[in-house]
Write a protein that binds this ligand. Sequence first.
Ligand code: GLU
Length: 424
Amino acid sequence: MSEKLSFVTPTANSPWGTYLSQVDRVVPYLGPLARWVETLKRPKRALIVDVPIEMDDGTIAHFEGYRVQHNMSRGPGKGGVRFHPDVTLEEVMALSAWMTIKTAAVNLPYGGAKGGIRVDPKKLSLQELEKVTRRYTSEIGIIIGPHTDIPAPDVNTNAQIMAWMMDTYSMNVGGTATGVVTGKPLHLGGSLGRVKATGRGVFVTGREAARRLGLDLRGARIAVQGFGNVGSVAAELFAEAGAKIVAVQDHTGTIVNDKGLDLAQLVPISRTDGVVGFKAGGDIVPNEDFWDIACDILIPAALEGQLTADRAKKTTAKLVLEGANGPTVPQADDILAERGVLVVPDVICNAGGVTVSYFEWVQDFSSFFWDEDEINVRLDRIMMNALNQIWDTADKHKITLRTATYAVACERILMARQERGLYP
Ligand code: GLU
């Protein structure tokens, strides 16, 4: 007899609606723990803050900021902060919930949280960006902390922004609290391997999925949507393994090259001019054509809701690697499953980032830092163990990898919930 949430009206394909339908699909596999499932259908805590700053031209601007702690049954909240003009509370709720599932799927001792500011950072000067970051951090400072909730980078945020967040929080509490955020610069308690970790995890899980499908990576054709920290690193690793990156899309457009794009040239150009800046190395095509490109592997590594039902019907990919959070809507998921397209879901596929965030947090507390080899070996081991367990669960129940990941994760979360019991 739980009441519906009043502050969100999810639709079938909206991020929170997508998440709820993913949870509904796992209920039959939860056994008696299903009694606790409602706990996953609402955030533990959601904070909306006003972020006012003085702009360079002397005017005062206000931005809306959020921090949502979805679940903390297994440990402190963990999850990134995104700066994007379209961020909403509903989106941040879904992203925080996916963090809960993700941290449990790879068995990190965390819950799930996420933050965001409704702002276009490309329109801010560096000084304005710093002000927005610091004011936002100060406002959410009442609920974050090294043992309560640990932010990290996400879309349009980076190590510099994490440094400002760490400094602002530290100034407010008095001291230097490196463990309050992860994804920091190296000399401020950051970890080797963190920048590439998410893309590396996409590669490690993708390589294993390809092996199980009997798909040879040498010569495999790959299309990548989103060419930031996740998409570009994954593309480079697949290209090193012999694959051809035949299409890349980012916010500037879509570039294709049937023989494979030259990443050594494309990556640096994309950092300043976007992928369309590399006109010399491929053909620019309309964005919708990206979904028709003949490819073996599709890597959506941008935003939510990109893989719609129509696009799922036309993709030629045999394997989808979800570098982004929530890129596939539920109806598209069903179409892909019917068509025999294997999907490695976000909550395991892109878990490499938060896994190395965990390593960073552990290193900060022990004040002892590991070399990059040690980090990568541990990352690969955690990702492979988690994926193999999820695969066994999928085979046992004859369910998709997504539902299997939810089954493994939700059992851990709800078991912790049950063992802790309700307070009071
Ligand atoms: N933003 C990343 C994600 O969606 C990383 C979060 C973290 O490191 O806490 O998984």
